[in-house]
Design a binder for this molecule. Structure first.
Ligand code: MF3
Ligand code: CO
Length: 262
């Protein structure tokens, strides 16, 4: 989400029963991403991926959460190469060997949202770009390791930022992760960089969508004229991974964990 929505809203914690529903919502997201990853090959369009995603979602009794959200025109966000997030699926966007694509999908199921994203390579990609994908995925894992009661949100941010920057990559600042529940975007914000101000403590029952966006070159991004597609200012590639994670006494529960598709 955009970095200046709902700064002052309060954090809503969830009951174990609510987290169970959110697990189901996120497992449908996870099923979509696994399906899309299997279908991706040179020659297919991002429009076709959007169709597959929406059909799978509806077949599993969920509503595609992004469709119509603030006027977003599709179900899937499909962001290719220098596109960071919010790429609009199109019949004109044909995937080619050497491309990378970020797939971001959200569901609404029994009143709760699920949200997750992955970046995948189409065939063989430049080794630096393959590293970018690997590091972004690992940066998300480093962030999730900090999801402990008593830590602060900034512990997640720091872990993500330090890991990505260690490889010489940069983290996007204009878009951040977020709380998630009966709204797609709830407090708190989960930035991928350490901010000046003190951030909230992590509490039992919080559910966080942690979503590092990592650029090969500069951190600067801009929004295209379609009002949605976010691209890197230097047009170098960008990767994005996201999980929805619940906070429990036993540690983080990755609600959108990818398990074998059913
Ligand atoms: N995962 C993205 C986010 O949380 C997806 C939002 S796309 C939109 O911001 F179309 F719904 F805006
Ligand atoms: Co999100």
């Amino acid at each position: 989400m955009n970095n200046d929505e709902h700064n002052k809203a309060s954090i809503i914690v969830k009951t174990p029963e609510e987290i169970q529903i959110m697990y189901q919502a996120n497992q449908i997201v996870s099923g979509v991403l696994t399906l899309l990853e299997q279908e991706i090959k040179p020659g297919i369009t991002t429009f076709w991926l959007d169709r597959l995603a929406e059909d799978y979602c509806r077949d599993h009794q969920a509503i595609p959460a992004f469709k119509g959200y603030k006027g977003y025109p599709a179900s899937l966000c499909a962001s290719v190469n220098e596109e960071v997030v919010h790429g609009i699926p199109s019949k004109k966007k044909i995937l080619q060997e050497g491309d990378i694509i970020s797939l971001d999908f959200g569901t609404l199921f029994k009143g709760f949202y699920g949200d997750a994203a992955i970046t995948v390579a189409i065939g063989d990609v430049n080794p630096q770009v393959a590293l970018l994908i690997k590091v972004t995925k690992a940066a998300l894992e480093k962030g999730i390791e900090q999801v402990k009661i008593g830590n602060r949100i900034s512990d997640i941010s720091r872990a993500v930022q330090n890991y990505a920057e260690h490889f010489g990559f940069s983290v996007v600042r204009q878009f951040v992760g977020h709380g998630i529940g009966t709204s797609l975007h709830e407090a708190p914000e989960v930035p991928n960089y350490v901010q000046r101000q003190v951030s909230p403590r992590i509490l039992e029952g919080m559910v966080l969508a942690i979503e590092p966006m990592v650029n090969l070159g500069s951190a600067k991004v801009k929004v295209l004229n379609d009002q949605w597609t976010v691209v890197t200012a230097d047009r170098q590639p960008s990767a994005h991974f996201e999980h929805s994670v619940a906070v429990s006494v036993g540690g983080p529960i990755i609600l959108s964990e990818r398990s074998p598709v059913v």
